[in-house]
Design a binder for this molecule. Structure first.
Ligand code: TXA
Ligand code: MG
Length: 341
């Protein structure tokens, strides 16, 4: 009854984290590991990023697991140049001007996703926008060229800790949790990139960072600061995720399925549902995270088409990635109620 499972490759948890020197052979090896779906931290001009193939749901789920993030925040996709970025994010005229002025460099642009973008739903947290960035630095650029796919990378620190600005900081936080760190020395800027949202018409500064507000204003004129918008903007990035909510209401921690419900299953399926998406028949949380957004979309559209009235969700454990999955499902269940506790 479940839709087909994609081939899922689950790389083993590393026994130790390899420190790879950023010479030609090291860059090639790091790129190959990323293409295999492994987690590789790498230096950018801002901070070290925890990289994964942004088109591989399981690899992206690995980022959230490694960081111990309680929420699926949307991640920035990294590219070697603007042309590559604009395959996945739709530029407007202002985006092109900002890219010309600041890329490669510490600026991230939030733009509508292109319809053919292959970036995983999990990396984008189910949003219709995508954050894209072209970092500075020869090693970083060469790595991204060789990966040949968008690379998702939040800062390479455990959730709640400060961002790492050299490879040793990365190892201190994530040794034995990620596969490797490509050591290109200390970061030049040391604070994260400036994030500007261009998807709402007028540009909005979502996060101050390596490119200053003054520098931005020189290129794009007035730009709203989040403080000016406090009443209109989501107060945390996670709240953005509530922009995607299914039409069908969601019922969490279901112990049985009602006749007019679709079922979002986890582990052995409850009986009696006519429409089922199993997040992970063997109850693996990383697999479940990777299949969450696709499953919600499928049950919502197919369930609506078949006249079903809600989506029942089997209990998801409150541990590891289960917390993030539950958080996301609660947001989807109550789209207008803001951040749940
Ligand atoms: O300097 C940086 O930006 C570093 C390096 C590694 O590139 N990366 C980084 O990533 O700081 P992270 O995940 O820690 O921060 C990403 C920021 C978050 O504030 C997130 O909410 C925002 O970008 N973001 C990502 N996608 C977004 C979207 N579609 N809409 C709005 N904000 C988004
Ligand atoms: Mg961070």
């Amino acid at each position: 009854m479940s839709p087909q499972h994609p081939e899922i490759q689950r790389p083993e948890t590393p026994r130790r984290t390899e420190r790879i020197l950023a010479d030609a052979a090291g860059i090639a090896r790091a790129a190959e590991m990323l293409r295999e779906g492994r987690l590789v931290a790498f230096g950018t001009e801002t901070v070290y990023g925890l990289g994964a193939d942004a088109t591989n749901d399981i690899a992206v789920a690995g980022i959230f697991a490694a960081k111990g993030r309680p929420h699926f925040n949307p991640l920035i996709s990294h590219f070697p140049d603007a042309d590559a970025a604009f395959v996945h994010a739709q530029p407007n005229e202002l985006a092109r001007r900002l890219a010309d002025a600041f890329w490669p460099g510490p600026l991230t642009l939030v733009l509508p996703r292109t319809p053919h973008s292959t970036v995983s739903e999990l990396a984008a947290a189910g949003l219709s926008t995508l954050a894209v960035r072209v970092p500075r630095g020869e090693v970083t650029r060469e790595l991204l060229v060789q990966v040949g796919r968008p690379v998702a990378a939040p800062s390479a620190n455990p959730s709640g800790k400060v961002s790492p600005s050299d490879a040793y900081h990365v190892l201190r936080g994530l040794n034995c949790v990620i596969d490797a760190v490509l050591d290109s020395g200390p970061c030049e800027v040391g604070v994260e990139s400036t994030v500007v949202d261009l998807s709402r018409g007028a540009p909005v500064l979502l996060r101050p960072g390596g490119v200053s507000l003054e520098q931005l204003r020189e290129v794009c004129g007035p730009i709203a600061h989040p403080d000016d918008y406090a009443h209109k903007l989501p107060s945390s990035p996670g709240q953005l995720a509530s922009h995607y909510a299914p039409d069908l209401p969601i019922r969490l921690d279901a112990q049985s399925v009602h006749p007019h419900e679709a079922l979002l299953a986890f582990g052995p399926e409850l009986s009696g549902a006519s429409l089922v998406w199993n997040l992970s028949p063997d109850a693996h949380l990383d697999e479940a995270a990777a299949r969450l957004f696709a499953g919600l979309r499928f049950l919502d559209s197919e369930g609506t088409r078949r006249g079903l009235t809600s989506i029942a969700v089997q209990p998801i454990p409150r541990q590891g990635l289960g917390l993030a999955i539950r958080d996301r499902l609660r947001r989807a269940a109550t789209p207008s109620s803001g951040t749940p506790a």
